[in-house]
Design a protein around this ligand. Structure first.
Ligand SMILES: Cc1cc2nc3c(=O)[nH]c(=O)nc-3n(C[C@H](O)[C@H](O)[C@H](O)COP(=O)(O)OP(=O)(O)OC[C@H]3O[C@@H](n4cnc5c(N)ncnc54)[C@H](O)[C@@H]3O)c2cc1C
Length: 502
């Protein structure tokens, strides 16, 4: 990539390609705007959006009166249409807060009151009824708060679908492009006119900060909210094999002061995930799992579902919540525990999104809609494009087809008949389609996020060499150049066998 040297002025520059950036890009792509969207990593969906509980919260839990509550309540009903337009899977499987023992029952009433204040329908059911709906739940369950509109999604699928729809509608996405600083107008030192990046300067009338855990550093570069500091709050998880352990819904414990507690939840792929704990860290990159953290997660999960068994574990991972408050910072400062969604007054040209922790995945479409409203309120006349297409077409997924459909697809393209990932049944045809998609999947992890390959019991040990081969062939790369997730993450160090006679 060559450093940018053009003085082209975009209407909007978006920083960050998590679910928030992706929804903002997709919602703004509806309008006649020149939009540049940058992401520092090699792909979309690598931050908090890539490692979370995947729950689309009904909206009862957020503190009434907060932006979190408002955005969650507004976003929850948007998910059905989004899933239909963008062709991603989404299930309103229902969520439960489970009270174990009499002493936890009171918490259900508090949660139900939150639900009423937030306008979300919830219902308290008996322990017996909970047991009937989810037979593996702790037999000491005394009751549960049921939220029928709560559901689950695959955050990778959602973000990639929204991003792809944005790009199909004209948004320019530049990956491996890191925001470094703002450019200010020489005539008005409070007006942002662009950004400096590792690939040079880019100019725009508006910059939207959707940088997740780094959104505090971005706003500080603009001199906005210097007291607002994000600390990473790490959450660790186990993933259980889909064939050995089955849940039907999402089980929360009664909540703690800092989080919604350790959840046992089904996923759209049939696996069960358990987690997260909540540990505050200084390091915003520390996604290591720890023995102590995993013990905490396991004990929490066993309280809800005593029969879970470590033999069913196939993977462990950790995600970092962008917690918008720091107990160790200046004493006396009132920290922000809510989302920040604003056009700050002290500068012009910035839309500032910060502290988008849970329920940020759920709330992302409503946050995007609020960004559109903020821009309109700031005087932008947003003209709808006559050719805007809200539909992101689905690509064939062999394992989701009937035998007849599979046979027809393989006849049309035999590469759909070559299984590359045996655990998850992902074919060469699917991988190649993703390599040549509107946002090309050009690393192993990018293909994993798009096809679900490598996520099963063998965790990629069978498919990985074959995927390296396919990536090298399709992108005309030397296999040594193929990476797991961008520069510095190559799989192969050197050739060990010389091809040729003998
Ligand atoms: C453990 C855990 C569990 C959660 N569970 C749920 C849940 O079940 N339901 C729910 O609704 N929410 C949940 N959340 C919250 C949800 O995941 C987040 O609110 C949401 O993903 C935030 O999205 P984002 O786009 O703001 O951030 P991110 O996904 O982190 O995206 C920000 C992007 O900005 C990029 N970036 C940063 N700095 C720069 C820069 N200088 N230049 C260019 N790009 C930059 C990053 O690389 C990143 O890709 C959970 C979060 C965690 C961590």
């Amino acid at each position: 990539m060559q450093a940018n040297s053009e003085h082209h002025e975009h209407d909007i520059i978006i920083i960050g390609a998590g679910v928030v950036g992706a929804m903002v890009a997709r919602f703004l792509s509806r309008y006649d705007l020149d939009i540049l969207w940058i992401e520092k990593e090699s792909d979309v969906c690598t931050g908090a959006t890539s490692a979370n509980s995947a729950i689309i919260h009904g909206g009862y839990a957020a503190t009434p009166g907060t932006l979190k509550a408002e955005m969650n309540a507004k976003a929850s009903p948007m998910w059905d249409q989004l899933a239909a337009d963008l062709n991603f899977d989404f299930s309103r499987c229902g969520t439960y807060v489970v009270a174990i023992g009499d002493e936890e029952r009171e918490a259900l009433e508090i949660e139900a009151a939150h639900g009423a204040a937030n306008g979300i329908r919830v219902e308290i059911i008996s322990g017996d009824e909970m047991q009937r709906r989810e037979p593996l739940v702790n037999p000491d369950t005394m009751g549960a708060l049921y939220c029928p509109v709560g559901g689950i999604c695959d955050p990778w699928d959602v973000t990639i679908a929204a991003a792809e729809n944005a790009v199909m509608n004209g948004v320019t996405l530049k990956r491996l492009t890191c925001f470094e600083d703002f450019i200010w107008s020489p005539a008005d030192p409070k007006r942002i006119t662009g950004i400096k990046t590792n690939w040079g300067n880019f100019y725009g009338r508006w910059v939207i900060n959707a940088a997740g855990i780094y959104s505090d550093s971005v706003m500080h570069k603009a001199g906005v909210r210097p007291e607002f500091k994000i600390k990473a709050r790490r959450g660790e998880y186990y993933i259980l094999d889909q064939n050995r352990f089955t849940m039907n819904s999402v089980l929360f414990p009664v909540p703690t002061k800092v989080s919604k507690g350790i959840v046992v939840t089904t996923t759209l792929h049939g696996n069960t995930i358990v987690g997260p704990n909540a540990e505050e860290l200084e390091d915003k990159e520390d996604t290591a799992v720890t023995a102590a953290g995993l013990d905490e997660v396991w004990n929490g999960a066993r309280k809800l579902v005593p029969s879970i068994n470590k033999r069913d574990v196939i993977a462990i991972f950790a995600g970092l919540r962008p917690g918008g408050n720091a107990p160790s910072a200046k004493p006396g400062v009132a920290y922000h525990r809510d989302f920040i969604i604003e056009i700050p007054r002290e500068v012009s040209g910035l839309v500032n999104l910060g502290g988008i922790e849970s329920p940020g995945l759920t709330a992302a479409p409503a946050i995007a809609e609020r960004v559109v409203e903020l821009l309109q309120a700031a005087g932008e006349t947003l003209q709808e494009k006559p050719d805007w297409d809200p539909i992101r077409p689905a690509r064939p997924v062999l394992r989701q087809l009937s035998h007849e459909e599979q046979a027809a697809l393989v006849k049309q393209d035999p590469r759909y008949g070559r299984v590359i990932c045996r655990c998850e049944n992902v074919t060469e045809g699917e991988i190649i389609a993703e390599i040549h998609a509107p946002i090309p999947a050009d690393t192993y992890d990018a293909i994993k996020r798009r096809t679900w390959l490598g996520t099963g019991r063998c965790q990629g040990s069978f498919d990985m060499p074959r995927v390296v081969d396919i990536l090298a062939r399709e992108l005309a790369l030397d296999p040594l150049e193929v990476t797991k997730k961008g520069p510095g993450s190559g799989f192969l160090a050197r050739e060990t066998k010389i091809a040729g006679p003998g």
